[in-house]
Write a protein of this length. Structure first.
Ligand code: HEM
Length: 220
């Protein structure tokens, strides 16, 4: 067993292990163009659509995992995003937002993997939970600010509700609590290592979605 696995708090291990891929996701061409104000609201809409497929898989899976001894402690209603995404999509696409909505191939693969973990491997589900929700509570706030300014959404209003966690008044303290949950995760060292690997996979799945979005939307 790698001694660093045992000695390092799990929250540090998972953050450090995914650091490089975080930079890659953050600096992807699509994200760069989107946040640089070089793409239209149609690109932002298409991105929000992809998030809906991913969060539906995360949150449908969550229901079944609430009592699970490993993943259960992570399931917290104040994180749930599906309803917010649906309000954003109704604003962006209109009341018939669900009609003709299809995931990109990379999104279908991502949501499929999340659903598979939720069904068959609760510890692996934690990797996906961490990658999305802790990211949304951190960098998500930068994305919201840019989106409001670029496409004129009301501050914390329709179009950016996905990024607004109404029931989390202190995100920094919530993230501290979340890291404590990670540090106390009910898994042995080998399983922790496998969760870290799944987290890297989760980042790669996100990057693949950005790549496909980047093929569809290019800055002028
Ligand atoms: C342009 C896009 C992004 C920006 C500007 C951004 C920015 C940030 C910032 C500022 C933090 C806080 C770091 C800290 O608290 O020390 C953070 C954390 C995080 N981000 Fe991102 N991020 C972006 C994209 C992403 C993506 C695509 C993912 C994965 C889907 C992601 C996942 C995470 C995670 C999991 C954390 C928590 C790290 C930890 O403290 O354990 N981020 N991000």
């Amino acid at each position: 067993m790698d001694a660093t696995v045992t000695a390092t708090p799990f929250s540090t291990l998972i953050r450090t292990a995914s650091h490089e891929q975080h930079t890659e996701a953050e600096t992807s061409t699509f994200m760069g163009d989107l946040l640089g104000g070089r793409l239209g609201v149609d690109a932002y809409t298409r991105y929000t659509e992809q998030l809906w497929f991913v969060y539906r898989a995360l949150e449908e899976g969550a229901r079944a995992l609430a009592a699970d001894p490993v993943a259960g402690p992570f399931i917290q209603p104040e994180l749930m995003r599906t309803a917010e995404l649906e309000r954003d999509l109704a604003h962006l696409r209109g009341d018939g937002w669900r009609e003709g909505l299809e995931p990109l191939p990379a999104t279908a693969a991502y949501a499929g993997r999340v659903a598979e973990c939720a069904r068959t491997w609760p510890a692996g589900y934690i990797a996906h939970h961490y990658t999305r929700y802790l990211g949304d509570l951190s960098g998500g706030q930068i994305i919201r600010d840019k989106a409001e300014k670029t496409w004129g959404f009301a501050r914390k209003g329709d179009g950016v509700r996905f990024y607004v966690f109404q029931e989390i008044s202190n995100p920094a303290s919530f993230k501290r609590g979340y890291r404590e949950l990670l540090d106390a995760v009910n898994a042995d060292d080998l399983e922790k290592q496998r969760i870290v690997e799944e987290c890297k996979r989760a980042f790669a799945l996100n990057t693949a979605v950005f790549r496909e979005l980047g093929e569809e939307f290019r800055a002028a």
